[in-house]
Design a protein around this ligand. Structure first.
Ligand code: NAP
Length: 217
């Protein structure tokens, strides 16, 4: 029988549950993420793409080095990207301090053009579904091929809610920011069509009103 990794949803949120439209305390977000000793993050393609637009004024040039697998420390990012949203952008991740390298999860529908782009640049990619990625199969593969025993999701509501819906998440880690977003909120559980019972297993307060709760589902 194939083994599933432990999956933890890790998000920074406002007091009213929004993922966006407030300033995320990145050092604290990643400091807490580091405590889980995970060698892999599962990152939605929207998150990866929007993150680049959000944090960079302009896209850096791709260099010859970006065609080789990098040799650096850090966490691997596995990105479900069946439609090739990251085409032309993956070198930004290779150049980033937060990402050791990207592994792409694609499907039988993914364009040949995107696959060529990945091959030319020596990215590891895996076909794990007919249309969208089969998430259970993806997690089994990441465990088996990359020894990913604990995977942290650094993603938006779409992917995290799908993972929760399919019973693939065991813990939810939330860093609450002392801010209310209001009308422009994008709620962490927008796409969840069932209720969850949670058990609080850890909590910690930080300076300036930040607090962190870890829940077991
Ligand atoms: N505050 C925080 O902690 C935090 C953290 C991360 C992100 N965010 C914010 O969240 C926003 C992005 O979130 P989002 O909810 O739009 O998207 P997302 O979760 O980042 O991306 C959606 C992902 O779900 C996959 N997907 C969609 N339908 C699927 C299906 N049926 N089966 C399997 N996989 C499927 C997509 O793959 P395909 O590409 O193959 O369709 C894609 O990888 C951004 O604004 C970002 O800044 C906030």
């Amino acid at each position: 029988m194939k083994m599933l990794p432990k999956v933890i949803v890790h998000n920074s949120i406002s007091i009213d549950g929004s993922l966006i439209n407030f300033e995320v305390n990145m050092p604290l977000h990643y400091k807490i993420a580091g405590n889980f000793n995970s060698n892999m993050h599962l990152v939605g393609s929207n998150t990866a793409k929007i993150g680049i637009d959000l944090f960079l004024k302009e896209i850096p040039q791709e260099t010859q080095d970006d065609f080789k697998k990098p040799n650096k420390k850090g966490v691997l990012w596995a990105i479900p990207d069946t439609t090739g949203k990251m085409k032309g952008l993956l070198h930004v991740l290779r150049q980033s301090e937060y990402c050791k390298d990207a592994i792409l999860l694609i499907s039988e529908k993914t364009s040949k053009e995107y696959i060529r782009y990945l091959k030319e640049r020596n990215y590891n990619y895996h076909v794990v579904g007919k249309d969208k990625c089969n998430l259970r199969q993806s997690l089994e593969l990441l465990n088996e091929k990359y020894n990913a025993k604990t995977i942290l999701t650094d993603t938006g509501s779409i992917l995290s809610n799908l993972l929760i819906k399919h019973g693939l998440v065991s813990e939810i880690s939330l860093l609450f920011h002392p801010v209310v977003v209001g009308r422009k909120a994008y709620n962490l559980f927008t796409y969840l069509d069932k209720s969850l019972k949670l058990e609080l297993t850890k909590n910690e307060s930080f300076e300036k009103g930040y607090f962190w709760n870890l829940y077991r589902i």
